[in-house]
Design a protein around this ligand. Structure first.
Ligand SMILES: CC(C)(COP(=O)(O)OP(=O)(O)OC[C@H]1O[C@@H](n2cnc3c(N)ncnc32)[C@H](O)[C@@H]1OP(=O)(O)O)[C@@H](O)C(=O)NCCC(=O)NCCS
Length: 248
């Protein structure tokens, strides 16, 4: 999502797929009108607890930190995002929360999050998103991930988060094909998706990006669905309220 998000994913997705403001505006309108599926609101009260990360729905309290991240020229380049004002970022977060074709999570450092004295915003390390990009094929999803905090990169979190999101996408959203659009210079991200057996579908010289694709066959579907048991799923609001009570 990346816009100031709308989570990294947002901006980046919108920017990547719809490169002019007019096209982006059409895209936003189109996505707001795609109300046939409520799948993407499915995660609005979902918390996924992994080994080293916790995924929570992107909400207003995450916006200031997200906005701060996206002022980084490096992250803007890596995620093909354009900076937004803080106000626009709040609007984006709110519209994304309502969109039926987007599923966005904020990635938290689990160790920090386990300390109830730590504000959730202080635990944020990145975001991960799924977008249903084809209204005629809800089993096709674009996957985006950003480990925004540089000190957290290269430690396996990207792989863990991508795996969790693939499990969730396949098991809960019925995804059967993933795509990832990555800048041609972003060797780390390309290498990571290839570790998951994504292969190159196409290269855009104009946008300087590669589209990677992974078809979920029956074997992979069963494996990813089985791996759902590696994470704990909880009600986000209850978990958040209980942390706040313990911490004060
Ligand atoms: C791309 C990104 C999500 C990867 O997450 P990460 O936590 O840094 O990566 P991981 O430690 O999980 O490593 C995943 C794989 O990436 C590759 N990788 C990681 N660090 C690397 C490095 N410094 N050099 C080359 N490859 C690297 C490896 O293939 C690695 O797998 P391996 O450890 O089995 O060899 C993260 O670096 C990131 O968000 N960067 C900035 C934003 C971005 O580029 N987002 C993607 C936009 S499409």
């Amino acid at each position: 999502m990346t816009s100031t998000n709308g989570t990294l994913v947002r901006v980046s997705v919108e920017t990547k797929g719809f490169h002019t403001p007019a096209e982006e505006s059409d895209r936003v309108t189109a996505s707001l009108c795609t109300c046939s599926s409520s799948a993407m609101k499915m995660n609005e009260d979902t918390l996924l607890e992994g080994k080293r990360v916790v995924l929570v729905p992107y909400s207003a309290e995450h916006v200031p930190r997200y906005h701060e991240w996206m002022t980084s020229p490096d992250l803007q380049k890596l995620t093909a995002s354009e900076p937004l004002t803080l106000e626009d970022e709040y609007s984006m977060q709110s519209s994304w929360r309502e969109d039926s074709d987007k599923c966005t999570f904020i990635v938290l450092d689990k160790q920090r999050w386990e300390d109830p004295l730590m504000q959730e915003q202080e635990c944020m390390v990145g975001d991960v998103n799924i977008f249903l990009t084809d209204p005629s094929d809800p089993s096709l999803a674009e996957l985006e991930i950003m480990i925004a905090e540089p000190s957290y990169r290269g430690k396996g979190l990207g792989k863990e988060v991508t795996h969790m999101m693939m499990c969730y996408g396949v098991d809960r959203l019925g995804v059967r094909k993933f795509e990832a659009k990555v800048g041609l210079d972003n060797k780390v991200s390309i290498a990571m998706f290839k570790k998951f057996n994504f292969h190159e579908l196409s290269v855009s010289d104009i946008f300087q990006e590669v589209t990677l694709e992974l078809t979920v066959d029956e074997t992979l579907r069963k494996q990813l669905q089985g791996d759902m048991s590696l994470m704990k799923e909880r009600e986000y609001r209850k978990a958040r309220d209980s942390r706040q009570l313990t911490g004060h």
